[in-house]
Design a protein around this ligand. Structure first.
Ligand SMILES: Cc1cc2nc3c(=O)[nH]c(=O)nc-3n(C[C@H](O)[C@H](O)[C@H](O)COP(=O)(O)OP(=O)(O)OC[C@H]3O[C@@H](n4cnc5c(N)ncnc54)[C@H](O)[C@@H]3O)c2cc1C
Length: 421
């Protein structure tokens, strides 16, 4: 039986493990920070726990696009803006930035849109398959769509244009003016002009899904957890050997790196590297209220609003400040202030801001994920999901499995190759 080590227990690692055990592979997953309690009400740190939980076929525009590049340039050094780059001397950041600028053009956007739409729609179908199989049990899968709410005509027109492009892929949407929006979301602020409602998008609860996936995997005889951090990958022998913070680890036929924004460190120890930066985002949670009914993205401030069964989550910001989990209170309060300006009577208590958590989005410079073999085919990478890393979790996991077991992937892997830059 083939033996594979999966390194990193976020959505990428859990979904890769899920499909590997289905393919009859023996899996050992390395993750030093597995949440200790099932159905944990506390939000752990890490992108796969703090995200907004949207499955986003509507997000067809890559991060590297002329409009995001232009607005990013205006905002990037403002300490309270939704996009921020911490000035620092880093050759990796410089190289990443140059490539980001290079790919922020319409030709690349035209190339990337069908790839992004395809992997998102494929992944949505896989989420549905996991739900209907009942293997991990029931989980929140609300397909009431997503409201892209705006306050200015210019932003509304920009989103409408995106929605027209999305119809090519069967992604349905509708523009709602203030009055129509108020009928379904009665507490919107008078200053909100309207919304584009995407019917394709689904809202899930990340903590619930992660917890149920962990329980399913832990009960499987082909799966075991090693609660250690991997420090290096050793390719010198016939087998792949891992070194961990507790000393030498075990040996495997193959290895999958699913450590999110931290993938490069291990990949370098295996003689390869990718262009990857961490895009930090924050999440604040309040208790459940009937004040907000629909999942929404507040377009001007880029804040995501996620009503779950038992709580409401506000998340946002894209902060390029390296690999760390430091909380910037100024940016956390900016998320709360923005949300309060879109909903009448919404007030987020200060103590909720103190409980804010953060996670690192793994960002490639062209806005497409990395899924494929490294220079040594025994080491396979699955990262770079950026703002859609949650949505594409099952697809990326299944595609990574196809590479590891040397079977044909159901969708093309070539746009996601590691050596494309
Ligand atoms: C605020 C916010 C909102 C978001 N909203 C959405 C959304 O609505 N929809 C969407 O699709 N995406 C969203 N995203 C993006 C999405 O959450 C991420 O792209 C995705 O979770 C990345 O998953 P991952 O498994 O690759 O990485 P992670 O979740 O970061 O997991 C990596 C894991 O690897 C472990 N690890 C790291 N190094 C090692 C090592 N050396 N050895 C062993 N283990 C290691 C870490 O402990 C961690 O658990 C959002 C992100 C943020 C921050």
């Amino acid at each position: 039986m083939m033996k594979v080590a999966v390194i990193g227990g976020g959505i990428s690692g859990l979904c890769t493990s899920y499909y590997l055990i289905k393919a009859g592979v023996q899996v050992e997953l390395y993750e030093p920070h597995k949440p200790t309690r099932e159905n944990d009400k506390e939000v752990p740190f890490g992108a796969s726990y703090v995200n907004a939980g949207y499955l986003t076929p509507s997000h067809i525009i890559p991060l590297s696009s002329p409009s995001l590049f232009a607005s990013g340039l205006k905002m990037m050094f403002q300490r309270k803006s939704p996009f921020y780059i911490k000035p620092r001397l880093s050759a990796n950041l410089m190289k990443w930035g140059l490539n980001f600028a290079k790919y922020s053009n319409n030709k690349h956007v035209d190339y990337a849109i069908p790839e992004i739409a395809q992997i998102n729609l494929y992944s949505k179908a896989l989420f549905q398959e996991i739900l209907s199989s009942n293997e991990i049990g029931d989980f929140q899968y609300r397909d009431r769509g997503l409201l892209m709410m705006y306050k200015t005509k210019e932003v509304g027109e920009e989103e409408l244009e995106v929605s027209h492009r999305a119809t090519e892929f069967g992604i349905k949407s509708e523009q709602l003016n203030h009055e129509a929006l108020k009928k379904i979301e009665p507490n919107i602020h008078a200053s909100v002009m309207g919304a584009v409602r995407y019917y394709s998008d689904v809202s899930t609860n990340p903590i619930e899904f992660m917890s149920k996936m962990w329980t399913y995997l832990m009960a499987h005889q082909n799966f075991s957890l090693v609660e250690h951090k991997v420090t290096a990958i050793d390719l010198n022998g016939t087998e792949v050997k891992l070194h961990t913070d507790s000393g030498e680890g075990h040996s495997y036929d193959k290895v999958a790196i699913t450590t999110g924004a931290q993938a490069n460190h291990l990949l370098k120890s295996a003689g390869d590297s990718i262009l990857l930066e961490a895009g930090k985002g924050y999440a604040i949670q309040t208790s459940k209220s009937d004040h907000i009914k629909f999942p929404a993205l507040l377009l001007e401030s880029k804040v995501a609003v996620s009503p779950f069964e038992d709580r409401i989550r506000f998340s946002g910001t894209m902060e390029l400040s390296g690999i760390n989990h430091n909380i910037n209170n100024l940016r956390v309060s900016a998320i709360a202030e923005s949300a309060e300006q879109y909903y009448q009577g919404l007030s987020i208590a200060d103590f909720k801001l103190q409980e804010a958590r953060c996670g690192l989005r793994p960002l490639s410079p062209d806005g497409l994920p990395y899924i494929g073999a490294s220079k040594d085919p025994r080491v396979v990478v699955n990262t770079g999901g950026a703002m859609m890393g949650w949505s594409i979790g099952p697809a990326a996991g299944k595609m990574t499995t196809a590479v590891l077991v040397e079977q044909k992937s159901e969708i093309s892997l070539s746009p996601f190759a590691l050596n494309r830059f």
